[in-house]
Design a protein around this ligand. Structure first.
Ligand SMILES: Nc1nc2c(ncn2[C@@H]2O[C@H](COP(=O)(O)O[C@H]3[C@@H](O)[C@H](n4cnc5c(=O)[nH]c(N)nc54)O[C@@H]3COP(=O)(O)O)[C@@H](O)[C@H]2O)c(=O)[nH]1
Length: 790
């Protein structure tokens, strides 16, 4: 099957269209990109990354700010401690210098070689525990000292000479006491003799540790620094934690600023490698500077601890965020996947539904619906391009025989094999479809000459005629093919199919295993007959049948005692078609068998429904034709219908024409016995027009005799009919049969039948056949009148 498409030529509008399409495509990709980003499984990780950036930049910024603030605080603290330390040192050095000046003054003014006792007596000397005050003569001999052990000792000459000529306060380099091993410092002033001659020195010796004793661990920590530095770059005293040292030297100029505005500087000491915020101040009056250093590590410990806490919290938060985002993204991904899977399943389901809607389940060929669409489309194209097309209707000639003898599985196998052979005979552009049963239809969408169709049709007949191997047996069937050609045999799908069907019927009439082209020369009668037959074939599946019901009434009481189900055909074009018109056709074609089964089932189902609705339990009569009566499946079908509908068999009555019983008495007896075994009631229909004798009827298990309408019609005027009717009533009574008079149209006829004790009558005088819903009203009215329910 091929679907043809018109080729499209590129033109200016096409190019514009293509450019627009390109722009559309680009924006489509953008839209798609944004659309995807909106998907939760992408959005969550994106948000998580964003939050991570916020968390970490916030955390790092906070740490940085706090550290900067802390560093600033350390620098300020360093300056503050430095200022305090400077004041302490100034006080101490001034006190020492003051003492020296006193000693000098006393010595020089009073010319006393030992002024110390006098000064001591006046409490003008500092505590001997802190300072050793001594007087040294020009030869270097200690002539007086607050430290008794010092008196009489000597200073080295060269040492004295370094101090000698200077009039200012002299501060020695630190040295280690050989006695105590402590670092010592000496402060001294020159003593003048008469006429300014060098007379010696006054000196104060102090432990170097004294100058760093104000080291406060609560402020300076274990690695802080207090230092007293000489302008010569030599530390007079230095303390870090508990460790006191002196004598090491540094570059004074780089450490001590020569301005008033000092500031703390971050430096490291080569000795201990500790980074400190160091501030240094030069003493105003003395050749000394104080240095204070705060260990960066110690001072920032709290802030660093805080920073670590921040980092841990950020890390913990990040981990939770990543896990949460991962979890949500995973759930969302799974949701998307399951949505996709559900979507795919829906598409697959829709595709399979669509496939089933348009294909035959057995052969996988296109079905009637798809064929109709394809045919309509091909007709449109053929008419646009002025082409011909052909529709071939194919019906297998002996299919029923295969089904009946080999069974339905073999029948199915045959149909599948036929489908394959048909496809093999056709071109890719042709279509073969199965309409149902053994009917196939073929569309040849492009014809050049008529004989193309004939060639194809002959090819098909030859292919079908080849033997089939069914269940290990070789089996032969033939086919009849009818052909209609567009446009001469029809301009629309329906007409082409109908005419191909008529042509196929002609092929059957012409001895089967041949093909026939549709001919408009068929005479009107046969065409009408054919048309009727064709429509009748589809009437069941198209649900065009309907049952009417006619009441049977009890003569003495006038009550409805039962009903007869009568078939009506609601033809889409012809309207209601009377049974007399179509039942002979159905009988001839065998269609009466499936139609009759439908009637039986519908009548039983309706009867049970009325009973369930609380209406009286009345019998229903159904007609059987000769072909139905001869059908070998009659009893089994009937049993199935009774079981399926739940119908009480005793309420079902089958009307059989009198002549059917007499044609083959033995067989008729067998069928009737079977029916009686099922407990179904049996009525002889149209009795009186045949010539059955009482003795002939006696042999059959009957329940009802229905007097033919032709007898009833003239009972009031024709004496023979009157006599015949009286005789039938009497005969029925003798055989204990219920006698029903049909076709009662007048009051006279009714009165006559009442007077002659006929049991029941049926006719237009009382009720015409009506559809089920109207008949139900009759039953309800009667039930209301009599107050009878079930
Ligand atoms: N196998 C089946 N045969 C059926 C079925 N339904 C009907 N038939 C056969 O068709 C025959 C015509 O039936 P229908 O046109 O329905 O006519 C029935 C009544 O309408 C008609 N009738 C009833 N009373 C009167 C009347 O007073 N006057 C009058 N002119 N006609 C009347 O009689 C027909 C019923 O006859 P019968 O079946 O003999 O009781 C019909 O004869 C059936 O054989 C069907 O489902 N299956």
């Amino acid at each position: 099957m091929a679907i043809q498409r018109a080729s499209v030529m590129a033109s200016a509008p096409d190019i514009v269209h293509r450019e627009n399409a390109l722009a559309d495509g680009t924006s489509h990709w953008f839209r798609r990109g944004f659309g995807q980003a909106r998907e939760a499984y992408i959005l969550f990780p994106l948000l998580a990354v964003l939050l991570l950036v916020v968390i970490w930049s916030g955390t790092l910024y906070l740490i940085k700010v706090e550290q900067a603030r802390a560093q600033q605080a350390i620098a300020e603290a360093s300056l503050e401690v430095g200022a305090t330390y400077e004041a302490q040192i100034l006080r101490a050095v001034r006190e020492i210098d003051q003492t020296l000046k006193l000693v000098k003054y006393t010595y020089e003014s009073e010319r006393q070689p030992n002024p110390l006792p006098k000064l001591k007596a006046r409490a003008l000397l500092p505590s001997p525990y802190l300072f050793d005050v001594s007087v040294v003569d020009a030869s270097g001999r200690v002539v007086a000292s607050t430290q008794p052990s010092e008196a009489g000792s000597r200073m080295a000459k060269d040492e004295l000479q370094t101090l000698g000529p200077d009039t200012a306060l002299s501060i020695s380099r630190p040295w280690k006491s050989p006695v105590t091993g402590e670092w010592k410092l000496r402060f001294s002033r020159r003593l003048d003799g008469g006429e300014g001659a060098f007379a010696g020195i006054a000196m104060v010796e102090v432990d170097a540790a004294y100058f760093v004793s104000s080291y406060d661990a609560s402020k300076l920590g274990d690695h802080g620094l207090l230092g007293l530095l000489g302008t010569d770059g030599v530390f007079r005293a230095r303390r870090s934690g508990e460790e006191v040292s002196a004598g090491d030297s540094i570059d004074y100029a780089t450490v001590v600023p020569d301005t008033e505005n000092t500031e703390a500087v971050r430096t490291t000491n080569a000795g201990d490698g500790v980074w400190r915020y160091t501030s240094a101040r030069q003493l105003y009056d003395f050749p000394l500077a104080v240095i204070v250093g705060l260990s960066e590590e110690e001072q920032l410990a709290t802030v660093n601890q805080q920073a670590r806490t921040y980092l841990w919290r950020a890390a913990g938060g990040s981990l939770m965020l990543v896990l949460l985002a991962g979890l949500l993204a995973r759930m969302s991904w799974q949701l998307v996947q399951s949505r996709l899977r559900a979507g795919e399943a829906k598409i697959a389901y829709a595709e399979s539904v669509e496939y089933l809607a348009y294909h035959d389940g057995l052969t996988a060929l296109p079905n009637r619906s798809l064929f109709s669409k394809l045919l309509s489309q091909s007709i449109r194209e053929a008419s646009r391009y002025d082409r011909q097309l052909a529709v071939l209707f194919l019906d297998l000639d002996r299919f029923k025989q295969v089904n009946d003898t080999l069974g339905h599985d073999a029948g199915d196998q045959l149909l599948k094999e036929v489908a394959l052979r048909l496809e093999a005979c056709l071109r890719g552009s042709d279509t073969v479809a199965r309409l149902g049963g053994d009917e196939f239809v073929i569309l040849l969408p492009e014809l050049s000459q008529d004989h193309d169709v004939a060639t194809t049709a002959q090819k098909i007949l030859t292919a079908i005629a080849r033997p089939f191997n069914l269940q290990g047996q070789e089996f032969r069937v033939t086919a009849s093919v009818g052909i209609s050609v567009f446009p001469q045999d029809g301009l629309d799908e329906q007409t082409l199919k109908k005419n191909a069907d008529i042509a196929m019927y002609q092929a059957k009439q012409c001895g089967k295993n041949n093909f026939q082209f549709y001919s408009a020369k068929l005479n009107a009668d046969s065409l009408e007959r054919l048309t009727l037959e064709l429509s009748l074939r589809h009437a069941l599946e198209r649900q065009e049948f309907q049952l009417y019901y006619q009441a049977k009434r009890d003569i003495p009481s006038g009550q409805i005692t039962g009903m007869e189900a009568l078939l009506r055909w609601n033809h889409p074009d012809l309207g209601i078609v009377a049974p007399m018109q179509f039942i002979p056709v159905a009988e001839e074609t065998g269609l009466i068998v499936p139609i009759g089964k439908w009637v039986l089932k519908t009548a039983c189902r309706q009867n049970v429904a009325w009973q369930r609705q609380g209406l009286p339990h009345l019998g229903v009569a159904v007609n059987l034709t000769a072909r139905q009566f001869a059908d070998e499946n009659l009893l089994t079908d009937l049993a199935e219908i009774l079981a399926e509908t739940g119908m009480d068999a005793r309420l079902l009555e089958l009307e059989i024409a009198e002549n059917l019983l007499m044609q083959d008495v033995k067989r008729a007896l067998g069928v009737l016995t079977g029916l009686k075994r099922l407990q179904v009631r049996i009525a002889i229909d149209d009795f009186g027009i045949g010539y059955s004798s009482l003795s002939a009827l006696e042999q059959f298990p009957l329940d009802v005799i229905k007097i033919d309408r032709s007898c009833v019609c003239d009972i009031s005027s024709v004496s023979e009919d009157k006599a015949l009717t009286e005789a039938i009533i009497a005969m029925g009574r003798t055989l204990s049969l219920t006698v029903v008079a049909q076709g009662v149209e007048t009051k006279e006829q009714a009165d006559f039948l009442r007077d002659n004790a006929c049991d029941e009558f049926q006719g237009f005088y009382f009720n015409k056949p009506v559809p089920a819903d109207q008949f139900k009203l009759l039953l309800q009215a009667q039930a209301a009148d009599t107050g009878l329910g079930t």
